[in-house]
Design a protein around this ligand. Sequence first.
Ligand code: DAH
Length: 328
Amino acid sequence: MSNNLIDNLKLELNRVNSENDLMNLKSNYLGKKGEITKLAANIKNLSVEEKKEVGSKLNSLKKEAESLISEKFKSIKNEIINKKLESEKIDITLPQRESNLGSIHPITQILDEVLDIFEGYGFQIVEGPEIENDYYNFEALNIPQDHPARDMQDTFYLEDEKVLRTHTSPMQVRIMENNEPPIKIISPGKVYRCDSDVTHTPMFHQVEGLLVNNDISFSNLKSILSSFCSDFFGSNIKTRFRPSYFPFTEPSAELDIEWVNKSGEKKWMEVLGCGIVNPKVFEFAKYDLNEVSGFAFGMGIERLAMIKLGITDIRYFYQNDLKFLKQF
Ligand code: DAH
């Protein structure tokens, strides 16, 4: 009978494959109303001799049943762990995902380079508003209403005599209004013009420079800007100053560099406008004309970037094509 019971248990154990079912099976055999417990309950009706014999048999039966069941527990647990290991397997031979680090936009890189160079010459960086009064953008720079230079600038007009600044030059009068000479500043920032083609975008960047003291001449201007060109483009760069016209400087010039492009062709390229500050501008700033003299210059950052990086279409800078941007 006891062998039968163990055989039955073994059969049933084979069919069990969850912890829950095994618990139920265990209580069917070893629980309060289990088969083995029932057998033990019958002992009390036996004689002392029989009790000894049956008792010890029952004990070993119970032990065997217990050990079979605890084996099964172990094997079910192992199976669960193995299944988990299998399903959570990580293939460490897979190549890792590419991490997408950002980079500094080429225009910001060039702008930083320009600012670094002028800071090295002792210029202080100041910034001004992009929404500008007509007064600072035009009037105080000696560009009155009806002046033909207004047409050259393709202005975005806003309400209340405000404009999106068309250049960084308004910072000249803003700075001089609030500071006594000497002045030695550069002012970087965004400027806006209603214009778009391969060399123009409606928004672009300029850096304005202004140096005012009591004895400034065109040779000071030439010296600083020539140094800038060799620091920025390389010490072999050839420069030339070509007479030009700006209402806020007199005399005015444009600075060209001789640039050798990738196919080896040499070409004069215009890089900035400059000149001796027009006394009219000092008047707007309420400076004493007998005491001060100065020079100013303004350059387009996109233009510098196009020359230096060899880019033929300005619009590449603003299309946010990663293939283009990642080259820098
Ligand atoms: N503001 C001029 C422009 O946007 C550039 C310029 C020319 C600035 C001569 C100057 C200057 O300060 O002296 O075209």
